[in-house]
Ligand binder design. Structure first.
Ligand SMILES: Cc1cc2nc3c(=O)[nH]c(=O)nc-3n(C[C@H](O)[C@H](O)[C@H](O)COP(=O)(O)OP(=O)(O)OC[C@H]3O[C@@H](n4cnc5c(N)ncnc54)[C@H](O)[C@@H]3O)c2cc1C
Length: 410
């Protein structure tokens, strides 16, 4: 066996791995990056990018169907599902090629093989040994199964399988209403599929602030998305899904989105475990920040990681949720999006902005609105830098915008 030596060896080429690799190269370190599949990891190939690309097509179709409300006449708009999926593949391919080129230009050695960590400084891959002064493991995560329900990849699908669908199903049951479940419910509903969601928690999107969850439930009812809360799936037999409340359903497909399991490995001392594999927050921007903290020493407050659920309207939040704060210890201020002129211009009036404050400082922000994915960062900057609500009032917000909503409620 040959032995090669590097300053840094990284196993896994997703957001955590490639960010660490690029930043280590900027510092002049020699870097070898192991990827057994495709550079870009889940985020680029099976997660953030493909889902948001499909979502855009789906919602564009839905918007066209409301074109008449805007005085635009569009006749015979139809969904070409294979074309939507082909566009998704093209977007992923293009971004992956850009990433591959960036990695190549940075002179990072990429080994396209499964890597095995032998000890804190030794990696084996493709019959070769790599000695690395420092090792990062960023092997990500995989879709989780339930003890009583397994993926069969034909009827019971994972978030990976769903990306290879050839035809749009007429009906789908989505198990779990986290970010993935909610986004796919929006996609299928916009494309005309009959969607049912089953959620064991008390409300849809149980990770969100309670008022956000309730608003999503109202919106889903209006869109005729059916959902069961406080309900589990007992079993699935011959295409029949039995719920814990005794009811049954026979959907064409089932998407099981009940979380993700870190790609397990025994943790070795002296090795950095970054991104989804670390067992912490499973978001691409969190993975990226963890890498920057380790490689560049950039400070990163893991309690202030924003969450965004895409679709119309977007949902975004950061910091404390109302249900986590003790009654009487906080102040709540909110505004309906319909109070903002811009929302009427855009025909997007559903939603709200809610801020939670303690001692004059914002401690939590919960937004359901068009552009929520951008708005949330304005509040995040204030929270992270402890800018008093009073100070924010001095800022001149442009009109007409959704940002005005933040100013209005301060
Ligand atoms: C459907 C879906 C939608 C999502 N949407 C969003 C979103 O909108 N925003 C967001 O922030 N996050 C989103 N996520 C989560 C996001 O994709 C992950 O948090 C992110 O990809 C984690 O990055 P990572 O680098 O830790 O791991 P990954 O992206 O999982 O990359 C790990 C890489 O390691 C490789 N690997 C594993 N084991 C080995 C080995 N032994 N040898 C060599 N290579 C190995 C894998 O092939 C993989 O490429 C989404 C996830 C899914 C599934």
């Amino acid at each position: 066996m040959d032995t090669k030596t590097y300053d840094l060896g990284i196993i896994g080429g997703g957001p955590a791995g490639y960010t660490a690799a690029l930043h280590a190269r900027k510092k002049g370190l020699s870097v070898v990056l192991f990827e057994k599949d495709k550079l870009g990891g889940v985020c680029l190939n099976r997660g953030c990018i493909p889902t948001k690309t499909i979502l855009h097509s789906a919602e564009f179709f839905s918007e066209i169907n409301c074109a008449g409300e805007l005085g635009v006449v569009v006749e015979n708009a139809k969904v070409d599902f294979p074309a939507i999926m082909a566009r998704k593949d093209a977007v992923v391919e293009k971004l992956r090629r850009n990433l591959e080129l960036t990695i190549k230009n940075a002179k990072i050695d990429v080994v396209n093989a499964q890597a095995h960590l032998k000890d804190r400084n030794t990696i084996e891959a493709d019959g070769e040994i790599y000695k690395c002064a420092k090792v990062i493991v960023s092997t990500g995560s995989v879709p989780r199964e339930l003890p009583n329900i397994k993926f069969d990849h034909e009827f019971v699908l994972s978030s990976d399988d769903i990306l290879s669908l050839k035809e749009l199903p007429k009906s789908i049951l989505i198990i779990g209403s986290g970010a993935i479940g909610i986004e796919w419910a929006r996609i299928f509903s916009a494309l005309g599929t009959d969607v049912t969601i089953v959620e064991v928690g008390k409300n849809l999107l149980p990770i969100a602030d309670i008022e956000v969850s309730k608003r999503i439930e109202r919106m889903f009812k209006a869109k005729k998305i059916k959902f069961y809360t406080n309900t589990g799936v007992e079993n699935i037999e011959n295409g029949t899904v039995k719920f814990s409340n005794g009811e049954t359903l026979n959907p064409e497909k089932v998407l099981m989105s009940v979380g993700r399991t870190p790609n397990l490995c025994e943790k070795l001392e002296g090795v950095e475990y970054l991104g989804d594999v670390s067992g912490g927050i499973q978001l691409a921007h969190c993975a990226i920040k963890e890498s920057l903290r380790v490689v560049d020493g950039v400070a990163f407050d893991e309690t202030l990681v924003p969450s965004v659920i895409y679709g119309t309207p977007e949902i975004a939040w950061v910091g404390a949720r109302e249900q986590d704060l003790e009654a009487g210890t906080f102040e709540k201020a909110s505004i309906l999006i319909s109070a903002l002129g811009k929302s009427h211009c855009d025909n997007c009036t559903d939603g709200f902005i809610k801020l939670l404050c303690q001692n004059g400082l914002i401690v939590g922000a919960h937004i359901v609105s068009k552009e929520a994915s951008s708005l949330i960062h304005q509040v995040l900057i204030a929270i992270q830098n402890k800018i008093p609500a009073e100070k924010l009032r001095e800022i001149c917000f442009a009109h007409p915008t959704y940002s005005e909503g933040i100013f209005e409620i301060l």
